[in-house]
Design a protein. Structure first.
Lengths: 620, 195
């Protein structure tokens, strides 16, 4: 078969590298910017007819444990997640590093400098350092593909989990790659019992720790000579006033800037393996430069490994910002400033500063993300605020975090915290004999991810609150991945559907009711019934499952009967609908002097027919 | 070849990712080196969706301030918001049909006057081509064809090394067959508007 050339998303390039490496097991939990890796594996596996086992796991720890078991059966396995997902999988990662592997185990953890779509800007490379496992840092999709293969080979050779850390600008870049054909890895599973390793007690853990340290020394030596990913452009014998050490996206950015500015006087050391750090290579580079500027995302990793602190310019010296993305304009300005500070020729480019100042001075209206027109969550939040206006609203991670625009979200900490913070608030207020109403909201996928342990805990410790599970039958925010509730698996095949009602009842909850949030009156009534239950001496936690399909994933099922909507002259411009319902299809029409419907955005869900206090929103 | 940096700014749902994809696939079949980047996730829910298409040999897929050669704005206030990415030599193609942000409806901010916005843009760049592209898309069959109108307009300027024929062939190969006639009509209308 011929090779072909296609444009791959960065996450597709990672998927391609994994499949090319003969990866037999791939597990993942979706999260921006990692979500497309598993679907891309599915696409390649289907088009090439491979027998790779693929699963959406219920969370990242579950994904890593599953992949780990495959890897100690001698197979090649990978699991993919976003950087904060690695926190969930950290327990597994730390231990797996000590135990080691038999086959290959690659953990892809995608970072989100910015952050664009995450709760922190944390740096996966620091997690790798903490766990004592190697980490590879690609600077573009092409390198991410090669590094995915390399990670698998290193893992199997040194029997250690290896992390691949693409940042968001690698994940969501696109690049043309030649590829194909792909073939199955026929390695069979075999598990050799060795309790001193696979079930090691603390005494054996000490021995395994020593073994891990030895592996790292050997890998560090390998990285010193890994010229495909670690390289510099020093001329032999030449001395430079300034050099730059960079990795990942900041390398690509600074490389382009130096080329555009025609600056051959500034050498660059590119590092693709930040840990274990190739110290000898860095020493060679450092000794040729009077000062060295370190550009890395998002935290300080390489900078700490450079021992000649007096030469180093970076975050610790205040030359590089300690938060945010190292976007091209940021890098341009900071390098230009370093050049000026060192008395070197500055950059020549004009950044069009007056256009930037102009835009800043215009105070253009903010375009904040909002729930889609027709979204069932909007109806849920409207009913919740109507029924329990004085409640503390704990919420969670997903599309419904946008319920904060509707005044329906007061807290968002981490996956599952809607429930655990609800019980925390309950006990904090209850201690003072204050009956504080609390309504928690969590999505179906997030509940399956991290909801049950918190719910069990809350029931066991007699907390009182209403939990609304916003069940739209999909993981919507990250791009419509199936949930266990749906019973559809990653490759589209049928799995066993898990009943939310039964899981909730199994956690010891005695009040479990299902409602369609499009029926705002019914949901409001149910919330009042739930309140009575929560407040009664024999009551407990009340769980309402607000079930209605996502309007994007299932447009037909979500709106089986379309209702054309219009606004009458009864509208008094009170703006209640705009502020409390916040549907993108509603707007204030200056000319008509009333609210109006943007028909091109309206999904004709008809939910807004139930909300106007003056009854001015009617069927057309 | 010289690098050509194209940036598309739009509002979530206006279809700019498909527009970028068409440009990317066309470049691939013409043998023009191509790199692209886009934003996914939370930003897609009614926020600003920005994509970059870099034709030629480059490393980075992100475009710096002042570096855009061709800016395509699917929405006039978003075109204005992005002019910091342009320089005095940039070509700008902008739709003039507004999609006011929701925040304006509840009194948070004022939507800028379109004509004034276009004049401001015009004063900062080499050339501005501004027209009511949403209306053209509607005429072609659906406002969803806005992305094809805008690609057509880009082709009409001759500012990228991808020909009209090649782009139309890519639309035939890579977009849904049910919308093909509408997409090609929209492309032609955009092409006529800028050439």
């Amino acid at each position: 078969m011929m090779k072909r050339k296609d444009i791959f998303l960065g996450n597709g390039a990672v998927a391609l590298g994994l499949v090319e490496a003969g990866c037999q097991i791939v597990t993942s939990y979706p999260g921006t910017p990692s979500s497309e890796i598993l679907p891309e594996v599915v696409r390649l596996v289907k088009s090439e007819g491979l027998n790779t086992y693929i699963e959406w796991s219920t969370n990242e720890k579950v994904a890593l444990d599953n992949a780990f078991a495959a890897a100690i059966s001698g197979k090649r396995a990978a699991c993919c997640m976003k950087q904060v997902g690695l926190n969930v999988a950290a327990d597994s990662l730390m231990s797996a590093a000590y135990l080691g592997t038999v086959g290959g185990l690659v953990i892809v953890s995608c970072d989100d400098p910015g952050p664009h779509s995450s709760q922190t800007e944390q740096d996966t490379r620091l997690m790798a350092r903490l766990a004592k496992v190697p980490v590879l840092d690609p600077s573009n999709p092409k390198e991410a593909r090669v590094m995915a293969r390399l990670a698998m080979e290193l893992s199997e050779e040194f029997r250690i989990p290896v992390i691949l850390r693409p940042a968001i600008r690698v994940c969501h870049a696109r690049q043309a790659l030649s590829w194909g054909p792909l073939k199955n890895n026929t390695k069979k599973a075999s598990f050799e019992k060795d309790p001193a390793r696979w079930a090691a007690t603390p005494r054996f853990r000490f021995i395994l720790h020593g073994e891990l340290n030895e592996k790292l020394k050997k890998i560090a030596r390998r990285f010193e000579g890994l010229t495909a990913h670690n390289f510099h452009d020093l001329e032999p014998g030449k001395k430079y006033p300034l050099g730059i050490i960079a990795g990942g996206i900041p390398y690509s950015v600074v490389r382009d800037i130096l080329t555009e500015e025609d600056r051959k006087d500034i050498p660059v050391l590119k590092i693709g393996t930040p840990y274990p750090f190739p110290e000898a290579l860095a020493d060679i580079f450092m000794s040729a430069c009077e000062k060295v500027l370190v550009l890395e995302e998002t935290d300080t990793v390489m900078e700490y490994f450079l021992r000649d602190r007096k030469k180093v310019l970076g975050r610790l010296s205040g030359h590089v910002p300690s938060e945010g993305e190292l976007a091209p304009q940021v890098v341009y300005r900071l390098v230009d400033k370093v050049l000026k500070d060192l008395g070197l020729a500055p950059f020549k480019g004009d950044r069009n500063q007056d256009a930037l100042d102009l835009v800043a001075s215009l105070d253009l209206p903010v375009r904040r993300p909002t729930l889609c027109a027709g979204c069932p969550h909007r109806a849920s939040f409207f009913a919740i605020r109507k029924a329990r206006p004085k409640a503390i609203f704990t919420s969670d991670i997903g599309c419904y975090t946008l319920g904060l625009n509707l005044g329906g979200v007061d807290t968002c900490l981490d996956m599952g915290a809607a429930i655990t913070m609800a019980s925390g608030f309950y006990h904090a207020f209850n201690q003072d004999q204050v009956a504080q109403p609390i309504v928690a909201t969590i999505g179906d996928s997030t509940f399956f991810h991290s909801g049950t342990a918190g719910l069990l805990n809350a029931v066991y410790n007699d907390a009182r609150f209403i939990l609304v599970i916003l069940d739209n039958e999909i993981t919507a925010m990250t791009g419509m991945q199936p949930t266990p509730g749906l019973g559809i698996r990653a490759d589209g095949s049928k799995g066993k559907a898990i009943s939310l009602e039964r899981v909730v009842a199994g956690c010891g909850v005695d009040f479990v009711e299902v409602v369609d949030p499009y029926e705002i009156k019914a949901m409001t009534k149910l919330l009042k019934k739930a309140t009575e239950y929560v407040n009664s001496s024999t009551g407990g936690i009340a769980v309402i499952i607000a079930r209605h399909p996502c309007v994007i994933a299932y447009p037909k099922e979500a709106i089986p009967e379309r209702k054309s909507v219009t606004v009458t002259d009864d509208c008094t411009e009170c703006n209640f609908c705009l502020e409390r319902f916040e549907c993108p299809a509603l707007y204030h029409d200056e000319e008509l002097g009333r609210t109006n419907i943007n028909q091109s955005l309206c999904t004709q869900c008809g939910v807004c027919l139930q909300i106007c206090p003056k009854g001015a929103i009617v069927e057309a | 070849m010289d690098t050509v940096r194209v940036m598309i700014v739009a509002v979530g749902g206006q279809g700019n990712l498909l527009a970028s994809r068409v440009l990317g696939e066309a470049a691939l079949s013409a043998g023009v080196p191509i790199r692209m980047s886009e934003i996914h996730g939370m930003a897609q829910r009614g926020g600003i969706v920005e994509s970059a298409i870099l034709l030629g040999e480059v490393n980075s897929t992100i475009i710096s301030d002042g570096e855009v050669d061709v800016l395509i704005g699917f929405e006039p206030s978003e075109t204005l918001r992005a002019i910091g990415k342009c320089n005095s030599d940039t070509l700008v193609i902008s739709n003039t049909a507004p999609v006011p942000p929701f925040t304006v409806a509840i009194g948070m901010g004022v939507y800028p006057e379109v004509e004034k916005s276009m004049n401001l843009i015009s004063s900062k760049v080499r050339r501005l081509i501004a027209f009511e592209a949403t209306g053209m898309a509607r005429e072609a069959g659906s406002i969803l064809a806005l992305n094809m109108v805008m690609i057509g307009a880009l082709a009409g300027t001759g500012s990228i090394p991808l020909s009209e024929d090649l782009l139309k062939q890519t639309i035939r190969d890579k977009t849904k067959k049910t919308f093909l006639e509408m997409n090609l009509k929209a492309f032609d209308m955009g092409y006529a508007a800028s050439s």
